[in-house]
Ligand binder design. Structure first.
Ligand code: KG4
Ligand code: ZN
Length: 353
């Protein structure tokens, strides 16, 4: 089943054509440079950029798919596509709108079915995505634990079956990626900060010099909290935690200690989730899942429990992309979940799983 998928939930305008778990074509137009100087995503800039790029992104996606055996010109009028899929939440309201409008237009024009997808369900299945040739071959085996870790979410989910999920734990405040971004900003490292923090940390072998607190770690549940870490960093930088800090000299250690605190909390709660559910196969998705230190820690944890950890096989599948929306849409189609009335679909910025 070939699906044309669209994602405009944040700062990437993205289109993809997928078939089952395979990606036939993918286009991602990132706006990150336009937002970086403001230190975060500016909604009005995002909307304008999505509007400017969406037609090009879709044309490019269709053009590229023709190389991978999709029946040439038939794709151009949608004849070779069975459904159009689009993210309807969670995300930035005015950004989501652009993708939804375009998806409705195309589905109407081509007379195709429309599938409205939860962006997080896309991240959930992103470790199982294959290239156009079907590599890597990963068959989804239920149940598994999904760790969704991005700039907007940090959640541990027990996935029982297609469409059957249960949230086992989540952050009560900032998301892990958001905490890393805020720390990077306080350290004057720029936006988005996750990858800069990763680099600095690896340069000092991830040493945990400052031993930040691990909030909520002793609770019996799998809930997490990261907002206290930035407050701790703030007071540390002001010299109020008993250390006199030379930020420039100690930058690597500050970054590394902060990252260890964030990932330490996540791993401890993931470990609890394994104990509670008895499930030790873990699939990790979301922007932070690209991080090598996190990958090492999750892999070690899974191995300790005779389980396996899998991650999105390509870098672009960690961040926001429409390929994962196409794959989640396929699973939804298997459950028979289509949009019956196109007028009824609207953006849901705070959509939950
Ligand atoms: O999934 P994503 O692209 O967007 C959403 O938040 O939905 O995730 C973006 C987040 C940002 O917080 C960014 O700092 C983080 O992913 N990130 C990383 C790395 N690359 C991106 N965090 C840690 N290490 C990285 N290498
Ligand atoms: Zn995302």
């Amino acid at each position: 089943m070939k699906i044309l998928a669209i994602d405009t939930s944040a700062d990437e305008t993205s289109g993809a054509i997928t078939e089952g778990f395979r990606v036939l074509s993918s286009t991602i137009s990132s706006q990150i440079d336009s937002h970086a100087k403001w230190g975060g995503i500016v909604p009005s800039i995002a909307r304008l950029a999505h509007e400017e790029r969406i037609d090009f992104v879709i044309e490019e996606t269709i053009r590229k798919a023709r190389k991978y055996g999709a029946k040439d010109s038939k794709l151009l009028d949608g004849a070779d596509i069975e459904a159009v899929a689009v993210t309807y939440g969670p995300g930035l309201s005015i950004a989501l709108e652009v993708g939804i409008k375009k998806a409705k237009q195309l589905a109407e024009l081509w007379g195709k079915k429309l599938i409205a997808v939860n962006h997080m369900e896309g991240h959930m299945y992103s470790p199982y995505i294959a290239n156009s040739k079907g590599n890597p071959t990963r068959v989804v085996s239920y149940p598994f634990l999904s760790l969704l870790i991005s700039g907007g979410h940090t959640q541990i989910i027990l996935v029982q079956n297609n469409g059957k999920f249960e949230i086992i734990g989540e952050s009560v405040d900032d998301a892990a990626g958001e905490a890393l971004d805020k720390a990077a900003k306080m350290l004057g490292l720029g936006y988005p900060g996750g990858q800069i923090i990763e680099r600095l940390s690896s340069e000092v072998q991830n040493i945990d010099k400052y031993k930040f607190p691990r909030p909520m770690i002793h609770n019996d549940d799998c809930m997490m909290s990261f907002s206290g870490l930035k407050t701790h960093l703030y007071y540390l930088l002001k010299g109020q935690k008993g250390h006199i800090i030379d930020v420039e000299k100690d930058l690597h250690y500050l970054a590394s200690s902060f990252q260890e605190a964030v990932f330490g909390s996540v791993i401890s709660k993931l470990s609890k989730a394994i104990t509670i559910t008895g499930v030790s196969n873990i699939a990790i998705g979301g922007g932070v899942s690209v991080n090598k230190r996190l990958r090492y820690l999750v892999r070690s944890l899974a191995r300790k429990h005779q389980g396996k950890a899998i991650f999105p096989p390509l870098k672009y599948l960690c961040g926001d992309n429409a390929s994962m929306i196409g794959v989640a849409a396929y699973l939804q189609a298997l459950r028979g979940q289509y949009v019956c009335n196109f007028d009824s679909i609207d953006r849901v910025p705070r959509l939950k799983l």
